[in-house]
Design a protein. Sequence first.
Length: 404
Amino acid sequence: MHDNARFDTRAIHAGQEFDPTTGAVIPPIYATSTYVQDGIGGLRGGYEYSRGGNPTRTALETQLAALEGGATGLSFASGLAAEDALLRTLLAPGDHVVIGNDVYGGTHRLIRRVHGAWGVRHTTVDTSDLDAVRGAIEPGTKVLWIETPSNPLMKISDVAALAELGRAAGLLVVVDNTFASPALQQPLALGADVVVHSTTKYLGGHSDVVGGALVFAAGLGDAPGVGAGSGRTELADLAERVTFTQFAAGAVSGPFDAFLTSRGIKTLGVRMERHSSNALAIARRLEEHAGIERVFYPGLESHPGHELAARQMSGFGGMLSIALAGGGAAARRFAESTELFQLAESLGGVESLVNYPSEMTHASVKGTEAEVPESIVRLSVGIEDVDDLLADIDGALARLASVE
Ligand SMILES: *Cc1c(COP(=O)(O)O)cnc(C)c1O
């Protein structure tokens, strides 16, 4: 593969060299915990024990780094395991994190309850509002954590502007790129330091594996604020320390999971095109309906982040949310009356799913500043035939109207 290969070519070829022993086109699933040594310390290819390294995982980690245009990719047992490895490596008691007020509920819970328990502090803020972010930064702030589009309200935050703001303040700027996927948005190219993924979602893409990833940008030795006492660590050094945490704490992905994720990634580009076109058609249909108070989809001209999304993304993705005019009761009825859209947590698979955030994905943030209104329903639009999906939405809307 050429160094300047484009996205879809990298997705298929990066890290995916054929097996030198047999010529197998696809790198094998190395189902092994350990590796024979040619004499003590005589490792073949550097592999010693599969918590520290496994060739199937290496193939995925190389692919992940190439997708995001980063220097180092690391693959974990889940998205939250990846987030935790980064945070626990970087933070000490008393340190402070600025986090979006509309992020994945589990991320908020991890920072609030797990890291909060040993003294890490946080401030929750609307990261689509630059002044609000600026106001939330304190002397002890080490990390600015952004999710864009956000979850579930699909707010768009300006990654380039936030990266600049973070750099000036000496912070590490982390972007959770799960919703857009690298096919549609490349935060490192916009100036972010670290990208986080739940590969469970679009990267795996088939709802058959749980996994997570971190991708680190190349080092930033010339950035202002780097150095002793600054939250902005040299990135190559940070990547090395997090790699140690991955090995020493052990939340790695197994070879079967790594294989499934690599396999999914190869079709990411074409899947995201179809997710995006299907979601736009559904967003437009929902926008016309009187029972729907508001449609949150960055591909709609009515979305406040539309222009920014058009600038920093190459497509608008497959996630959208709606606010039902009839409030919580109507939202629950809608979420329970689709058929093709199956009621389930998670997102990003080829099949369409519907979720009721306030009691499902975001139940853990009830009663906090990140609480999701009861009138909200979130859709993960799959890649089925769009006419079948529209018919399903029409059916659910008709049932809504028949009760009201
Ligand atoms: C699902 C999700 C996570 C957590 O990932 P897991 O693989 O479930 O641990 C983090 N961020 C976002 C945006 C998610 O959707």
